[in-house]
Design a protein around this ligand. Structure first.
Ligand SMILES: *[C@@H]1O[C@H](CO)[C@@H](O)[C@H](O)[C@H]1NC(C)=O
Ligand SMILES: *[C@@H]1O[C@H](CO)[C@@H](O)[C@H](O)[C@H]1NC(C)=O
Ligand SMILES: *[C@@H]1O[C@H](CO)[C@@H](O)[C@H](O)[C@H]1NC(C)=O
Length: 243
């Protein structure tokens, strides 16, 4: 390669890098309990609250679920834990919550994903763990309309992946659970860290369509674990029927 060609390549690479930096983020809202509109590749902040199932409902009314951002729930003063994430919109991501020092069952065992205040969205409560069982794999769908988060829900593909594997129990015909007693620090050898695969659907504020939903749909619930060696080694390799 001649010097000038090399220089041109270097200049081009610098340009590409600038473009990536510029495309990185236009969303300056970092609080999960605030409203925003996103475009593709923005960072987007949301939270996951862990608590008992009842604590996500107003006055224990099972048909009146509130966002964890709603002060009427007073989650902060109950037995709860909060995890905050800022993934890139429409980038397939695998979030992990390390359970070596955090045991979800000692905080009520359920989780709710949430973001927004006036336009508050929250997922239904998902069972994570009690003293007998722990579910370690989830897929969360974030659905946007014109860039505003409209809906959050857990996508389940049933227990097909764990049926026939004696290490797992199928709970409520939807979740593959491990016995808590097989987790590290609790008598067992499995790293029971929680993996949450994200999928984005709907449209951003420019009406561009978010695609990662289709990719996750095609790849399946456990597709990303193979890419993350520490999760694969610790969480699923003991149960290599996943791959
Ligand atoms: C529970 O919440 C629903 C929906 O907000 C409401 O219609 C219903 O009256 C509430 N029930 C009680 C017992 O408060
Ligand atoms: C744990 O949850 C499972 C599934 O919901 C249930 O069958 C079991 O009785 C629960 N165990 C305890 C100790 O609460
Ligand atoms: C969780 O943290 C422990 C202790 O720092 C570490 O050994 C383990 O590999 C972590 N698990 C994952 C899945 O990152």
């Amino acid at each position: 390669m001649t010097t000038s060609a090399a220089a041109r390549v270097a200049a081009m690479m610098a340009m590409v890098m600038v473009m990536i930096v510029e495309a990185a983020n236009t969303n300056n809202v970092y609080q999960p309990c605030a409203d925003t509109r996103i475009e593709r590749w923005d960072g987007f902040s949301f939270g996951i609250a862990f608590s008992s199932r009842d604590s996500f409902f107003y006055n224990q009314n099972q048909s009146h679920q509130l966002s964890p951002c709603d002060r009427r729930l007073s989650l902060a003063s109950s037995n709860s834990q909060l995890a905050l994430f800022r993934p890139k919109v429409d980038e397939i991501s695998l979030l992990t919550i390390n359970t070596s020092t955090f045991q979800p069952d000692s905080y009520g065992g359920y989780m709710v994903a949430f973001a927004g205040r006036k336009y508050a969205a929250r997922s239904p409560p998902a069972f994570v763990a009690n003293s007998t069982y722990i579910v370690t794999s989830f897929t969360l769908v974030l659905e946007f309309q014109k860039g505003r988060l409209e809906n959050l829900y857990w996508k389940r593909d049933g227990c097909a992946k764990c049926s026939g594997n004696s290490a797992f129990v199928c709970l409520n015909k939807q979740d593959c659970a491990i016995k808590t007693s097989s987790c590290k620090n609790r008598g067992g050898f499995v790293d029971c860290s929680i993996g949450i695969q994200l999928a984005f659907s709907g449209t951003d504020k420019h009406l561009s369509v978010l695609n990662s939903w289709y990719e996750v749909e095609n790849l399946g619930q456990y597709s990303l674990y193979g890419l993350y060696s520490n999760l694969r080694d610790s969480l699923t390799s003991q149960y290599n029927k996943f791959f």
